[in-house]
Design a protein around this ligand. Structure first.
Ligand code: COI
Length: 355
């Protein structure tokens, strides 16, 4: 490019970055990565606090081949969503909870972590800098992915001496290719997600690659996702590859208690509060697979997934189908959660943060 052409391109790019909406098809957002304009980056060496971070152009990061994250999996991620309310406000949902979860995970993985204030500030900056990628109201959200990784080089097994905190974002629609149609889940008794004493309760990157094999196998057979059983008794349900799970029997809602093997989902705990606000009894306990098969209704929760109705579960060659359609509790909970998130329903818990 000539210098003149490069400068014209740069000007065009700057102009585009200020337009209200990016030029994409907002009606067909799935859950794929769509690179946006900026990401946030901050570093820290061990025994120090994170430096003041900054927004930089979205792009590749350079890593030492000996980085702790590449060799020994020293990494955590978070997931959250920024939405546009109908009144044009940009809203986040409980970002302090993601910050606290990252701190708890960092402690388990022997990593330095950003303060809650720095985490929330980084998320806000990333959302606002990429505002043109936040879908129009009702079309989806800007999925924000904070990452904390050991970037210092190490060879022997030990914590890295340098950590990087990155936040990037991508506009998304429905997580499952089924859209909002009921999910068909497959229960695995051969593969487990985590074990007692492991890191299943924190958002370690190492919890996700091991589920790819059972997940792909299940998808090949037409299932949406996999339900994992506990690795000791092979009897109690734990969670789904991408989300937590709930069952409804009569007017009682049950979900597996978080005993270190189950991710402490922020949507999970918000749904527990919303269900209780609506007068339902919610019990966190050990839930046997047989009870899941006999439930009236089953649903899953997660940031990416929101609240998804389950239409069937297949376990040991047996398939059970649940009620779907209008009047489901999962749909009521979904509407209430999303209504609060987009500023349409009163936020009595003070969960929503306006940027
Ligand atoms: C989320 O729901 O935000 C997650 O982190 C799950 C991931 C598998 C997309």
């Amino acid at each position: 490019l000539t210098a003149q052409a490069a400068s014209a391109l740069q000007k065009n790019e700057t102009r585009l970055r200020h337009e209200e909406y990016a030029d994409i098809d907002w009606n067909n957002l799935g859950f794929g990565l769509r690179p946006t304009d900026y990401m946030y980056k901050s570093k820290c060496t061990s025994h120090n606090t994170f430096q003041q971070g900054q927004l930089i152009d979205y792009g590749n990061v350079e890593l030492s081949p000996a980085a702790g994250v590449l060799n020994y999996g020293q990494g955590l991620f978070e997931g959250m969503k920024a939405v546009r309310g109908e009144d044009g406000r940009v809203l986040l949902f409980r970002p302090d909870q993601n910050a606290i979860r990252m701190q708890i995970g960092a402690e388990r993985m022997c990593m330095q972590s950003p303060s809650v204030e720095q985490f929330v500030d980084a998320v806000k900056q990333t959302a606002i800098a990429n505002k043109r990628w936040i879908p129009p109201p009702g079309k989806g959200s800007l999925y924000i992915r904070p990452l904390l990784i050991g970037t210092g080089p190490i060879l022997g097994l030990s914590p890295a001496h340098e950590y990087t905190f990155l936040v990037y974002a991508s506009p998304v629609g429905n997580y499952f290719k089924e859209g909002t149609a009921p999910l068909n889940l497959y229960v695995h008794n051969e593969f487990h997600r985590t074990t007692r004493g492991g890191v299943g309760g924190v958002k370690s990157i190492t919890n996700y690659a091991p589920v790819l094999k059972p997940l792909l196998r299940a998808k090949e057979q037409g299932f949406s996702d996999v339900v994992y059983l506990d690795s000791v008794h092979k009897k109690y349900i734990e969670e789904v590859s991408s989300c937590n799970i709930f069952l409804v029997k009569g007017d009682v809602i049950s979900t597996p208690s978080t005993i270190g093997t189950i991710l402490e989902g922020i949507t999970r705990k918000s749904i527990i509060d919303i269900a209780q606000d609506l007068g339902y009894k919610v019990v966190e306990r050990l839930v046997a697979i047989d009870e899941l098969m006999e439930a009236d209704e089953v649903f899953t929760t997660g940031t990416a997934v929101t609240v998804a109705t389950v239409g069937s579960i297949t376990y040991n060659g047996q398939r059970v189908e649940y009620k779907t359609g209008d009047g489901l509790l999962s749909q009521r909970l979904y509407k209430r959660l999303v209504g609060i998130q987009v500023g349409k329903i009163e936020d009595k818990h003070n969960w929503v943060v306006e940027i």
